[in-house]
Design a protein around this ligand. Structure first.
Ligand code: ARG
Length: 722
């Protein structure tokens, strides 16, 4: 008896102390991890998750896409094409539908019938086929060919492969996107066939102060109380195939949808995520860690923070401005937050030391195995590349985080090609292009507030002047700085005053009668145009040289590792393709004396609630329901509390947002929406003891739909497991 209890106890504790496993696993490697998953409590087989010939769990997992690019994950939860994703994933679509008169972003929205659902401006891809095309891509190349020739051949092969794959679909190709995805830093290529559905409609979203409760303060942090979900529906033509939006389209009938478990979770339960992690670089070179932590990340944090300060000041003062700038703020803020954490974490000497040790081991292996003909220059290529990035890396970063975050500068940037054509007086091409540009102005300035944008311009001017090497800055910017004695507000004022790009009426007029000389006099234009010309001119050969060195070194480093550890299967870095990650529901020790429980409850909402606050407000009705403990069938059976979010030790990253969290029976228990602060730098290295996936408990989601939204019609559509 005692022996039995003891062994039982041992079994339980060893189960709980199972170390988290690294890896966002491609479907093609599921057979390698099936046993480990089953040992953790999974009842499914690899074939149940991904089957080439039969329907499987993967058929319920979708990839959210905008113009061919993926941005989030989602899961189908009814036989009528209903799917869930995060609130922060549906945010853009929701904001676009919302108007000041019908502000569904702030009020929430629940379609009580199919007729009430609203067209949403994105598409979803369903993974239909995976094909290894490495041989086709590598054709005519050798591992250590000269990098310039090799990369040209690879680029041409890639293009041909992609075309061939698409063509292989015949008639069907009009509904497909085929991505040839790069694995193991260019050592393997897999073609991913996505059938793309383009009639997607909004079904429901909680009010913003529920779906984004806690805002940027709670973002990337535990304990969390955010109900980060929104719901959409896939529509299809009469043949259940993709179709353009039409009233006559019908809800899509999926091959598989996830049953939804309201039985709840316990510490130690099996948890699996499936979705589309965007990008990790787990083998970043030691000097890269230094570059990122000391320079690139801190600079971006500062630039983003200054822009956010401008946004927030105006958004707090005016709710229509808040609606207009909300998605922009969330976008800039999310990675402001993350980059800040990464800068701090990656500065820790042990991270650098660990990298350095691995690199030493690699160099020793090269030497003792006489491999220097192939791998001999890897570390020196890395060193050269990062030393160069230290000098010129920020120019392209500031194009992205600075110039592209200014509406007038972005629209000036789009004028660059037109300017070139206008200089050719003999051709009418410039005129035609300007007319086309003119037709797009309203769209470009849809989210534009002059008071905000003028201040953002000053921020961008300041950061360019103070952070970048003057040698490669636009002459017109430097002149303006000299004239104003580096008074950035005054610089923005002067550039703004006469600019076409600060006034859509002037810009429209210009487009009907365009001239290069008008652009020559426009400071916003000349500064932006010169910046891009320097980047594409003087700096371009240096940047391309850096990229080639990094590509080669990264590729060879992983090729060598595969040789060094021939019997180990490493999970490849995330690359926006479908991955599975398994783990268990689990608490963690955050730091000395701080242990975090694995779940939160609605009590925490009341504790954090601040009436009228920018981030911690909540609907009166929600607070009332919580006070009355009116949780219905969604309450935890033991305590009567409402679970809100929970933790598991799955290895995920951005892009996984919206991924289903699935229990051992293949049922949905939550939606992954974030990672924790202590492991904020996990894209650069897995942290088994600290790293947690933050998910919203599906019971909280259902409670919000049912009790707050009163949308029982949506609940009735699902397959609930009680
Ligand atoms: N940190 C989350 C992710 O990248 C996004 C959360 C969005 N929320 C926000 N407050 N910006 O997956």
């Amino acid at each position: 008896m005692t022996k039995r209890i003891l062994s039982l106890l041992l079994a339980v504790t060893s189960f709980l102390s199972l170390r988290a496993d690294e890896g966002m696993w491609p479907l093609t490697l599921l057979n390698k991890i099936q046993d480990k998953m089953q040992a953790r409590g999974m009842k499914l087989s690899a074939e149940d998750i991904y089957s080439i010939n039969n329907s499987s769990v993967k058929d319920a997992v979708v990839r959210l896409m905008q113009n061919g690019r993926m941005f989030c994950s989602g899961e189908v939860i009814s036989d009528q094409g209903l799917f869930l994703t995060n609130h922060h994933c549906g945010y853009d679509a929701i904001q676009s539908i919302a108007t000041p008169q019908d502000n569904i972003l702030s009020n929430g929205f629940w379609a009580k019938s199919l007729q009430e659902e609203r067209p949403a401006g994105f598409q979803i891809g369903m993974l239909r086929k995976v094909q290894d095309v490495t041989e086709m891509v590598f054709k005519g190349t050798k591992i250590n060919d000269d990098e310039t020739t090799r990369s040209q051949t690879i680029a041409a092969n890639l293009k041909a492969t992609q075309t061939a794959m698409l063509e292989s679909l015949g008639e069907e190709k009009k509904n497909y996107v085929v991505d040839v995805a790069v694995f193991y830093n260019g050592n393997q290529y897999l073609a991913m066939f996505y059938e793309v559905y383009r009639d997607i409609r909004l079904v429901g979203t909680p009010p913003e102060n529920v779906g984004k409760f806690g805002g940027e303060t709670d973002n990337w942090r535990w304990p969390r109380h955010t109900c980060d979900f929104s719901m959409f529906r896939i529509y299809a033509g009469a043949d259940n195939k993709p179709a353009d939006f039409s009233k006559t389209n019908a809800p899509f009938k999926p091959k598989h949808h996830l049953p939804v478990s309201i039985k709840g979770i316990k510490e130690g339960d099996f948890a699996m995520t499936m979705g589309y992690p965007g990008r990790t670089t787990r083998n970043t070179y030691s000097e890269g860690i230094i570059y990122l932590s000391k320079k690139e990340r801190p600079m971006r944090v500062q630039l983003r923070r200054e822009i956010m300060d401008v946004y927030e000041e105006h958004m707090k003062a005016d709710k229509d401005v808040r609606l207009m700038y909300s998605a922009k703020l969330a976008g800039i803020g999310n990675y402001w937050n993350k980059f800040g954490g990464e800068a701090k974490e990656l500065s820790k000497p042990e991270i650098y030391a660990k990298r350095k040790a691995e690199e030493k081991e690699f160099e020793n292996w090269v030497r003792t195995n006489n491999k220097s003909e192939i791998y001999g220059d890897v570390t020196s290529l890395f060193d050269e590349a990062y030393s160069e990035l230290n000098k010129i890396g920020l120019y392209s970063v500031y194009l992205q985080d600075g110039i592209s975050n200014s509406v007038p500068m972005t629209s000036a940037l789009r004028m660059s090609a037109i300017y070139k054509s206008l200089q050719d007086k003999k051709s009418d091409q410039g005129k035609a292009m300007a007319a086309q540009y003119g037709a797009g102005i309203s769209e470009m300035y849809k989210e534009f507030n002059g008071n905000i944008e003028k201040k953002v311009l000053a921020v961008v001017f300041r950061r360019l002047m103070e952070d970048l090497d003057l040698q490669y800055l636009p002459a017109s910017l430097k002149n303006l700085a000299t004239k104003t004695k580096n008074n950035y507000d005054l610089m923005a004022e002067m550039a703004w005053a006469k600019s076409l790009f600060a006034d859509t009426n002037k810009l429209k007029k210009f487009c009907s009668k365009p001239s290069a000389s008008a652009l020559d006099k426009d400071l916003i234009f000349t500064i932006t145009n010169q910046y891009i010309n320097i980047l594409r001119g003087d700096l371009a050969p240096r940047i391309s040289e850096v990229n080639k060195k990094l590509e080669r070194a990264n590729r060879l480093f992983l090729a060598a590792r595969a040789e060094m550890y021939p019997t180990t299967t490493f999970a490849p870095d995330a690359n926006a393709t479908m991955r599975v990650s398994y783990g268990t529901v689990k608490s963690y020790n955050a730091r000395d004396a701080v242990k975090y429980n694995y779940f939160t409850t609605a009590k925490g909402i009341s504790e954090k609630y601040i009436k009228g606050d920018f981030e911690f407000d909540a609907p009166d009705k929600l607070i009332e329901l919580i006070n009355k403990k009116d949780f219905g069938q969604y309450a935890d059976p033991e305590t009567g509390e409402l679970f809100t979010c929970f933790l598991s030790d799955n290895d995920i990253t951005g892009g996984n947002s919206g991924s289903p969290v699935i229990n051992g029976n293949g049922e949905l228990i939550g939606i992954a929406f974030d990672g924790n602060w202590e492991a904020i730098a996990s894209d650069f290295g897995f942290m088994p003891n600290l790293q947690r996936t933050i998910s919203v408990d599906i019971r909280y989601v259902l409670f919000i739909i049912d009790k707050l939204g009163g949308a029982t019609n949506i609940i009735n559509e699902m397959t609930l497991v009680k």
